[in-house]
Design a binder for this molecule. Structure first.
Ligand SMILES: Nc1ncnc2c1ncn2[C@@H]1O[C@H](COP(=O)(O)OP(=O)(O)OP(=O)(O)O)[C@@H](O)[C@H]1O
Ligand SMILES: [Mg+2]
Length: 342
């Protein structure tokens, strides 16, 4: 449904998106994860046809977004980073305005009203229908932005941080809404909230400094870097050299202290074993033979958070802040996502 190949975007000499490729199957929710300045918004702007790419191709629902932008945009609902509202219009006036732009001429006035009402209900903005956009709170602006993205019931939704600025109840409702839309819709969303990715997305693209550093399911990502080959064991072995004893277990490659509770004399270790070798029984036997207490024994998995940090901070810790890149052109600014995609 979405295919991005070798996409590169430069702002003057600065490369914001560097040879990015990924695909999204129909009905899938893809999460775009990356630290500030990673290139998420830039990729989404290119994907929605708001900005030309420097290199590479992107197709949405079979239409090349550069060669056939009108057809591609017709199939895309886009929630930009800054919701594209007109301050002087009320919520209903604004959504009516967008609906007139986006809905085919064949849609009758009553059906148009029905679609607007439905989008307002889904995003819980009906109580603000007659409020001026300029007077809306941040969270409501975000919801109206989401409502305009849904109006024409597009096949593809590109949502740049859809839950930013929402209160906890709205975050849950918006996640449910997004999950409910999947299947019939193909969704790409960006977020900083890691649990959101595991709860909402089928697959994750982790992007750092414009480059894709990982693409996989949230489950595979957490397994991949540290799988069943790593164990956590906690023993009650005060005074003993438990690490040395555990290291003698066949198949164990390394034992390192994990945590230590000096009050109780409980010792925690991380054990790395040969891949595909289950050393749990032997580890338990050694501990019991020594007469120690076995308090805990479980496979260690990295949380998505650990993986994200591992993949994105190694480099960024060393690197200084992204250098200020010159504004590419006035045209880029004019398409800052401030206009609805007609
Ligand atoms: N119009 C522009 N001109 C020059 N540089 C830009 C422009 N827009 C973005 N950049 C730079 O491109 C890089 C990627 O920015 P982008 O907005 O895509 O990041 P992001 O992943 O969306 O970050 P965030 O999580 O903060 O929203 C940043 O270094 C940014 O400073
Ligand atoms: Mg962004």
């Amino acid at each position: 449904m979405i295919e991005v190949q070798h996409l590169t975007k430069r702002y003057g000499p600065f490369t914001a998106v560097d040879d990015v490729s990924f695909r999204v199957q129909k009905g899938e929710i893809l999460g775009f994860l990356g630290p500030n300045g990673a290139g998420k918004t830039t990729t989404m702007r290119v994907l929605t046809g708001y900005m030309p790419a420097t290199d590479g191709t992107a197709t949405v629902a079979g239409f090349d977004v550069f060669a056939n932008p009108v057809e591609a945009k017709r199939r895309i609902g886009y929630l930009p980073e800054t919701p594209p509202l007109y301050p002087d219009m009320t919520v209903r006036e604004y959504l009516t305005f967008v609906a007139k732009l986006k809905l085919p001429k064949t849609v009758s006035k009553s059906e148009r009203t029905e679609r607007i009402d439905s989008a307002m209900r889904k995003t819980h903005v009906d109580d603000m229908a007659n409020r001026h956009c300029s007077r809306l709170s941040k969270g409501y602006k975000q919801r109206v932005g989401l409502a305009q993205a849904l109006l024409h019931d597009p096949e593809v939704l590109i949502l740049d941080e859809p839950t930013a600025g929402l209160d906890p109840k709205q975050i849950i409702e918006t996640r449910d809404l997004i999950r409910g839309l999947a299947g019939n819709h193909t969704i790409v969303l960006s977020t900083h909230i890691l649990p959101e990715v595991s709860q909402t997305c089928n697959r994750v693209v982790i992007i750092n400094k414009g480059r894709v550093v990982a693409v996989d399911t949230p489950d595979n990502l957490t397994r991949q870097l540290k799988g069943s080959a790593t164990l956590y064991v906690q023993v009650d072995a005060s005074g003993a050299d438990a690490a040395a004893a555990l290291a003698t277990v066949p198949g164990v490659r390394g034992v390192s202290p994990f945590d230590r509770d000096d009050q109780d004399g409980h010792l925690g270790f991380e054990i790395t074993a040969e891949t595909d070798r289950d050393v749990r029984r032997d580890v338990a036997r050694v501990i019991v033979d020594k007469g120690w207490g076995l308090l805990e024994l479980r496979p260690l998995r990295m949380s998505l958070e650990d993986i994200f940090l591992q993949l994105t901070t190694d480099e960024s810790a060393k690197a200084e802040e992204t250098p200020d890149a010159p504004e590419a052109s006035a045209a880029v600014d004019a398409t800052n996502g401030e206009v609805p995609n007609a």
